[in-house]
Design a protein around this ligand. Structure first.
Ligand code: NAD
Ligand code: MG
Length: 394
């Protein structure tokens, strides 16, 4: 029996994880569920999965959940706050942690799980973008198992040799081909991009996801974050990671070897596949995902990325090459920019502008400890909020 903590259980990845878990009650037991403040859904999940703990970030929401659980006669204990997120990751009963909080808020609990040697199912790519070296060192030092859940990185993991140790030359790996759908604005006339709405940005053609990652997909910052994620997971340099725009999202990424072989993982675009893979690794279990109908897919297309249309992708490559706190600054500025766009305070095209301004304004420092990362994150948020005020739509 695998005892699970699911960080961000009310989100897109969290609910897909519980869907897979519910198909295998003999394998998985839920130790803790966590959310920001979605009381009704977290309550429903507690009724179904009877976790030992439920964590909410919001104090009022916690009170409400406590009352609901008491009335329902459940013994689930409700905790509140960031420290509680860490507590339910490091508890000795926990075997595995699904890291599915969105954004920088996922860093502390995910790092705590790594330091505690838990098996980590990593959806929260921002952890690697912000603190890649610190996190990977923690995984190595504690002997954690790290399973990438992001579909592309899961595909790369599946396409690499099982004993891959980060030494590409030793394993004959030439490069990584990271696929991208191109998002909802792949073919939108450039002149129309300045007027696109949050609804249009969140209407992803292939994937159903949370709002933040949907906007990131529309700007292709998501692919930029994923280039940095791949760098840390697979010890690949920026030059060895080629983004390939593949609008059907059927090939989830590929690995090219020195002999010319290219190995890929294919499947329907449904996150339950990488989630089930991570949950059961090294076994395979049913995920509820239907068979890939290649006859229906019929055609697969590939184009190089358009850096002019998607300046966020160029910013991310640049941040990776600059290193130090640059990716943290970029990530924080992006989070503020995306939130401001979703609030209709700034235009879609202001997202890369804002990030660029913040990156040019703030000094880039070396990262020696987690405090360096958190300090850069905080500084970038303050600077980005200032830029939002100057850009605010009237
Ligand atoms: P989501 O917005 O649907 O869900 C986010 C979850 O985090 C919710 O449970 C929410 O309550 C919780 N949360 C939000 N802010 C929080 C905070 N400050 N403190 C604690 N909890 C907080 O997001 P999602 O789409 O499920 O994405 C989650 C993560 O997985 C992101 O890092 C994303 O990049 C990554 N990811 C998602 C997908 C996908 O298909 N959705 C695919 C690949 C990777
Ligand atoms: Mg992805």
């Amino acid at each position: 029996m695998q005892n699970l903590t699911i960080l961000g259980s009310t989100g897109s990845i969290g609910t897909s994880t519980l869907d897979v878990v519910s198909r295998h009650p003999e394998r998985f037991q839920v130790f803790a569920l966590t959310a920001y403040r979605q009381v009704a859904l977290l309550f429903k999940q507690c009724i179904q999965f009877k976790p030992r703990y439920a964590v909410l970030l919001d104090e009022d929401a916690s009170q409400q959940l406590r009352a609901l659980l008491r009335d329902a006669g459940l013994t689930t204990e409700v905790l509140t706050g960031v420290a509680a997120l860490e507590q339910v990751c490091v508890a000795p009963e926990v075997d595995s942690v699904m890291a599915a909080i969105v954004g920088a808020a996922g860093l502390r609990p995910t790092l705590a799980a790594a330091r505690a040697g838990k098996k980590i199912l990593l959806a929260n790519k921002e952890t690697l973008v912000m603190a890649g070296k610190i996190f990977m060192d923690a995984v190595r030092d504690s002997g954690s198992a790290l399973l990438p859940i992001d579909s592309e990185h899961n595909a790369i993991f599946q396409s690499l040799p099982r004993d891959y140790n980060g030494n590409a030359a030793q394993h004959g790996v030439r490069r990584i081909l990271l696929t991208a759908s191109g998002g909802p604005f792949r073919n939108t006339p450039l002149a129309d991009l300045k007027n696109v709405t949050p609804e249009q940005a969140c209407a992803h053609p292939n994937w159903s996801m949370g709002q933040k990652i949907s906007v990131d997909s529309a700007s292709m910052m998501n692919k930029g974050l994923e280039v940095i994620e791949a760098h840390w997971l697979f010890n690949a340099s920026a030059d060895d990671i080629q983004v390939v725009v593949h609008p059907q999202s059927v090939i989830h990424s590929l690995v090219e070897y020195v002999d010319g072989s290219v190995i890929a993982q294919l499947g329907n675009p449904d996150m339950r596949t990488p989630i089930a893979y991570g949950l059961a690794f090294p076994e395979r279990i049913a995920s509820g995902v239907s068979s890939l109908d290649l006859f229906k897919v019929a055609t697969l297309n590939f184009t190089p990325p358009d850096f002019e249309r998607f300046p966020c992708l160029a910013l991310a490559y640049q941040a990776l090459r600059t290193a130090g706190t640059a990716p943290s600054l970029m990530n924080a500025a992006n989070e503020i920019a995306v939130a401001a766009f979703l609030d209709r305070k700034i235009a879609f095209l202001a997202i890369p502008q804002l990030i660029d301004t913040v990156l040019n304004k703030l000094p880039i420092q070396a990262v020696t400890c987690i405090e360096d990362v958190l300090e850069a994150d905080a500084q970038a948020r303050v600077a980005a909020e200032k830029v939002v005020r100057t850009l605010t739509l009237c």
